[in-house]
Ligand binder design. Structure first.
Ligand SMILES: [Zn+2]
Length: 201
């Protein structure tokens, strides 16, 4: 943890130098469920003092929930609550929604009204005003698989429709959407076009 906080401080300084708006932070894991309270206390002891001393000019700290393997501290939306509590719900700690990870962690974006359900749950747990970014990725594996394998938009288990619902949701007003899918630049350009085509006109 000392090392992770050190590397985060380093990334934030580097981010500030290049004018980055945010730096993505992986939320960490505990060896097993019994160790979670201790791991969260460690987050509080090490990460919180750093957040408290960040200058206003620092890039946003963007907490990335994972797909849920390996004792991850933040995969399901419910787990974000205790994590942010450990950080005293500190203002520079923002969140982002990662479609592949949240789906792999067990939130079914493909169910009827699935996107609304997920965003509603996110709102109740952490508040949608903490949402700063979306990583839009399809998933190779089914909902709840906890496997972190991204797929091109529309080519995986999520499919296109949930992305249409997501892009139409008021929570996404003014929020950046990034694709982080397999393939090279041309593939990414195509997927960005696909997403643009799904946006409400
Ligand atoms: Zn991933």
């Amino acid at each position: 943890m000392t090392r992770s906080v050190g590397s985060l401080a380093h990334s934030l300084a580097a981010g500030a130098r290049v004018g980055a708006r945010g730096v993505v932070v992986h939320t960490g894991s505990a060896v097993d469920r019994d160790r979670r309270p201790a791991a969260l206390r460690q987050v509080a002891q090490m990460l919180l003092p750093m957040l408290e001393t960040l200058p206003d000019s620092a890039p946003d700290v963007l907490l990335e929930p994972t797909a849920g393997l390996g004792g991850s501290l933040c995969a399901t939306i419910g787990e974000l609550g205790p994590y942010l509590d450990a950080l005293d719900r500190h203002p520079p700690a923002w969140l982002f929604l990662h479609t592949c990870h949240v789906f792999a962690a067990g939130h079914d974006l493909t169910a009827p009204g699935g996107v609304d359900t997920v965003l509603g749950e996110l709102d109740r747990t952490v508040g949608l005003d903490r949402l700063r970014l979306v990583h839009a990725n399809d998933a190779k594996d089914p909902c709840g698989s906890r496997r972190d394998r991204h797929e091109s938009i529309g080519a995986g288990q999520i499919g296109l429709e949930p992305f249409r619902d997501l892009l139409a949701h008021p929570a996404l007003d003014g929020i950046s959407v990034i694709v982080e899918t397999p393939g090279r630049k041309e593939g990414h350009a195509r997927e960005v076009q696909t997403l643009k085509g799904l946006r409400p006109q």
